[in-house]
Design a protein around this ligand. Structure first.
Ligand code: S3P
Length: 448
């Protein structure tokens, strides 16, 4: 394909190999978490094909989003940095993207590789997309198969990256029933549908996050969506404009659970996205006895935001309702910590998707919790966690940012120090986590 070696993405490492936590009696704070990762990716990708400049405020400058930024720059998009979390994306205009000269390296990011593949398939771009070792082990046929049905010439390596797009074919709309509730699959198809002829319809077995639909609509695309299905009529051209990115609920989740376990006076987390397709964790934690209030709900462009007030609460184990699983999909590692600290047993089922995230999150959290003395029982699609007490010990993050941060929350209530090995990927989603956690009162020491 005339493709050279991969363009290397600078990964924002945390600068230390691990952390050691010590238990603390209380934490406090009025915090603000960085911008939403899902929405930041989408702003880059939609801005890349918009007819005018797209200004993005609240952008998450994390390793994952930097990888997507580098990839769209390699396609001929100019991106101006206007401030720490402000960007201007200036695309070459509709259908102006060029074939990249190197393999696009999406680092650790499933959202980056899957959504970009959909976008490029529709535009007839020739490209190869890959990522780090974790990403290269993740399933890609879930997007490649429907894109092929639309007419794309697309290959995977036995179902995994690299993903190769041969370019050329104009796509036609399909009506696709997704076998799993995946916002990445839905979004890849809708982004291909931007340039396909006709109305592309995606039907989902359960509700998944709807940021793509909201952003497409706010930029003028003919999109319809409800809980069951989303559609777009193409080809269509997006307007430029302005996108405000709320704080990432998935990052707030660590401080929500930390606050439930150890807040003294209470913990305020400001300007957090509360899109109903993202906040299943609130329903689950409330059912466990968690006291979390939503203050000052308001709208930031197409997305709802609010301040969250969290009070220390006694938690009890529950059977997690399976319909809440896709609405809390990224929050399970920290929910497992809440379950380990709660009284009684928490049971999760219908969560097989956790096995194909940045790590197999059922296995990596089961191992980490077992290493600090928590009794767990893994099933194919879930886990039983016997709550009560968390001991000291040494755990491994499995190279997974959310496992590392979840175990830092466990360290607040453990009966002694927890050593967390390999926290180098935390910057994937939450640069500055350790500093923010310390400012709230976590005892978190860097290992050299
Ligand atoms: C995401 C969708 C989810 C989520 C991921 C981000 C997105 O993945 O786990 O972290 O931005 O669309 P799936 O669509 O594979 O469930």
């Amino acid at each position: 394909m005339g493709i050279e070696s991969p363009s290397r993405v600078e990964i924002a490492e945390t600068g230390c190999s691990g952390w050691v936590t010590s238990p603390v009696e209380r934490i406090e704070g009025h915090l603000k978490v960085p911008g939403d990762k899902s929405i930041s990716h989408r702003a880059l990708l939609l801005g890349a094909v918009a007819a005018g400049p797209l200004e993005v405020e609240g952008f998450l400058d994390s390793a994952d989003c930097r990888a997507t930024r580098a990839a769209v720059e390699a396609l001929g998009v100019r991106i101006e940095t206007l401030g720490v979390d402000r960007l201007r994306v200036i695309g070459p205009g509709p259908r102006g993207l060029r074939n990249p000269r190197t393999t696009l390296d999406l680092g650790n990011s499933g959202t980056g590789i899957r959504l970009l593949t959909g976008l490029l398939a529709g535009l007839g771009i020739r490209a190869e997309l890959t990522g780090d070792a974790s990403l290269r082990s993740r399933p890609m046929e879930r997007i490649a198969a429907p894109l092929r049905q639309m007419g794309a010439d697309i290959r995977t390596d036995a179902g995994r990256p690299p993903v190769e797009l041969a370019g050329g074919n104009a796509l036609t709309a399909i009506d696709y029933e997704m076998p799993v509730a995946s916002a990445q699959v839905k979004s890849a198809i809708l982004l291909a549908g931007l340039s396909a002829r006709g109305t592309t319809v995606v039907r989902q077995p359960a509700v998944s996050r709807d940021h793509t639909e909201r952003m497409l609509q706010s930029l003028g695309a003919p999109v319809d969506f409800d809980q069951q299905c989303a559609s777009i009529t193409g080809p269509c051209v997006l307007n430029g404009g302005r996108i405000g990115v709320p704080g990432d609920f998935s990052s707030a989740a660590f401080f929500i659970v930390a606050g439930l376990l150890r807040a003294g006076e209470g913990m305020l987390i400001r300007d957090v996205g509360i899109n109903s397709t993202r906040i299943g964790l609130l329903d689950i934690l409330r059912a466990m006895g968690g006291r979390i209030a939503i203050h000052k709900p308001r709208q930031l462009g197409a997305e709802p935001v609010a301040d969250l007030w969290v009070e220390r609460s006694l938690l009890e184990g529950i059977d997690v309702p399976p319909d809440l699983v896709p609405l809390a999909i990224d929050e399970f590692p920290v929910l497992f910590v809440a379950a380990a600290a709660a009284q009684g047993i928490t049971r999760v089922r219908g969560a097989a998707e956790l096995r194909v995230k940045e790590s197999d999150r059922i296995a990596s959290m089961a191992r980490a919790l077992a290493a600090v003395g928590v009794r767990v029982h893994e099933t194919e699609d879930g886990i039983d966690i016997e709550g009560g007490s968390i001991g000291p010990g040494a755990v491994d993050s499995a190279g997974d940012h959310r496992v590392a941060m979840s175990m830092a929350v466990a360290g607040l209530v453990a009966q002694g120090p927890i050593r967390i090995n390999d926290v180098s990927h935390v910057g994937t989603s939450f640069p500055g986590f350790a500093e923010l956690a310390r400012s709230a009162g976590f005892a978190l020491e860097d290992l050299a």
